[in-house]
Design a binder for this molecule. Structure first.
Ligand code: HEM
Length: 227
């Protein structure tokens, strides 16, 4: 697709432009989702009640883990959203430049000001998210947040192009692994967040131990092969 793409003047991309596009997709698309998954596994296994509720929901899939069914599971969706809320992997959206003077909360910004809304600070506002430091997926079942309140993928015309794919991937990976294996966190102490560039990652990673296989694994593999 990228090789065939043409701009408004009918020009294709140079080799350097193609390489840059591929590097962006690789970095923006891989590191972000991998980090979100690490945080999701961490939070799910820190709170047995959440793990229990999630497994209960995953069990409703029976032996038919059709991906379109998995992505519609409400509690799994809430767990993914809460993971992206509490530690949004990307801390700030790409900076925007003011094309006309703008006032935000009484502060004037002249033309040319670079503005970079902070996702992390928005997601930790007490008025929007009571007890913001607590991992509580239920908040996403109890109310619907607007695009200005919950913005792990940024917003408007530069919103993350991989948002839908990333949510799809997170849900499929979590559902597939949690249905098949059991895990425990290798360390009891909380994992610290560390800033790496514009991303928020688990310091030293999230270390886990596989403690067993779950029952339906063999039946499921057979069913997956028919999807
Ligand atoms: C959980 C996973 C991900 C998170 C949290 C995330 C977050 C973000 C954020 C906050 C932005 C900036 C948006 C803005 O400025 O309004 C962005 C941009 C972008 N993301 Fe993602 N992203 C994720 C996964 C992906 C994936 C899977 C891909 C590709 C397959 C991807 C490709 C991109 C690209 C190309 C941009 C730049 C878009 C533009 O400037 O027009 N991201 N992402």
């Amino acid at each position: 697709m990228l090789l065939l793409a043409k701009d408004e003047t009918g020009e294709g991309m140079s080799d350097i432009e193609l390489r840059d596009e591929l590097m962006t997709l690789l970095l923006a698309g891989y590191e972000t989702t991998a980090t979100s998954l690490a945080w999701a596994f961490y939070w799910i296994h820190r709170q047995p009640e959440i793990y229990r509720k999630l497994l209960q929901e995953l069990e409703t899939l029976g032996n038919d883990p059709y991906p379109m069914k998995i992505i519609k599971l409400p509690y799994l969706n809430a767990v993914c959203c809460e993971t992206l809320r509490i530690y949004p992997v990307v801390l700030i959206v790409s900076p925007r430049e003011a094309k006309s003077p703008i006032a935000i909360m009484g502060q004037e910004y002249p033309v040319g000001t670079a503005l970079a809304p902070c996702i992390y600070l928005t997601h930790h506002r007490e008025d929007l998210y009571p007890e913001p430091k607590k991992f509580k997926p239920e908040r996403f079942l109890e109310r619907q947040y607007s695009a200005y309140e919950f913005l792990p993928f940024g917003g408007s015309n530069r919103r993350c192009i991989g948002a839908a794919f990333a949510m799809f991937e997170m849900k499929l990976v979590l559902a597939t692994i949690l249905r098949r294996y059991t895990f425990a966190l290798a360390e009891k102490q909380p994992v610290k967040q560390v800033r790496r560039g514009i991303t928020l990652t688990p310091a030293g990673g999230v270390k886990m131990v596989m403690t067993g296989k779950r029952m339906q694994m063999e039946q499921e593999s057979a069913s997956m092969a028919t999807v």
